[in-house]
Design a protein around this ligand. Structure first.
Ligand SMILES: Nc1ncnc2c1ncn2[C@@H]1O[C@H](COP(=O)(O)OP(=O)(O)O)[C@@H](O)[C@H]1O
Ligand SMILES: [Mg+2]
Length: 157
């Protein structure tokens, strides 16, 4: 595991989106990002930023009633698959959904993924959001994909 990295304090939804956009610009096809945090923690807001950084078509909204939504790229990059794992038994079920894109061709962002999807892939990033007003993000990354990788840019200087 890449040692846990502390993000900057995120005081507003705009700051959370801006920081998410920085993360989004680091992501490639095949990447899996887990977003952990309670209801209202800012997971969907962060995903909006990731979508902006990836330059995929919005709007990104809570996937609560659809399980997964595909956002195609606006720039010939990978699509974003935005998943609510809360409604999913695990990512194996995501394969069963028969989305029009495969996990290896997409960037997959899973809300509530903790404890559900770890088995699917060795390479993954987990962002945990805590805090009431000001959100605090911590980032951990696993697998070869992130060995010595440039997540440092996401931390507080
Ligand atoms: N610093 C902040 N970062 C993210 N969201 C914030 C922040 N401050 C207030 N909010 C608000 O909190 C709510 C977060 O909701 P959402 O992103 O849907 O959370 P989740 O997906 O984790 O349930 C939004 O209404 C957002 O405007
Ligand atoms: Mg949400």
């Amino acid at each position: 595991m890449v040692p846990e990295l502390l993000g900057p304090p995120l005081a507003t939804p705009e700051e959370t989106r801006a920081w998410g956009a920085r993360l989004g610009r680091l992501l490639h096809a095949g990447d899996l990002v887990l977003l952990t945090g309670g209801l209202g923690a800012g997971k969907t807001t962060l995903t909006q930023g990731i979508a902006e950084g990836l330059r995929v078509r919005g709007p990104v909204t809570s996937p609560t009633f659809v399980i997964a939504r595909i956002h195609p790229s606006l720039v010939d990059g990978p699509p974003l698959v935005h998943v609510d794992a809360y409604r999913l038994g695990g990512l194996a079920e995501l394969d069963d959904l028969d989305l029009d894109t495969s996990l290896t061709d997409s960037v997959t962002v899973v809300e509530w993924g903790h404890g559900l999807v770890e088995d699917l892939t060795e390479d993954r990033v987990e962002v945990t959001l805590t805090g009431e007003e000001v959100r605090q993000a911590t980032v951990a990354a696993w697998g070869e994909r992130w060995d010595g990788a440039p997540l440092d840019g996401l931390g507080v200087p």
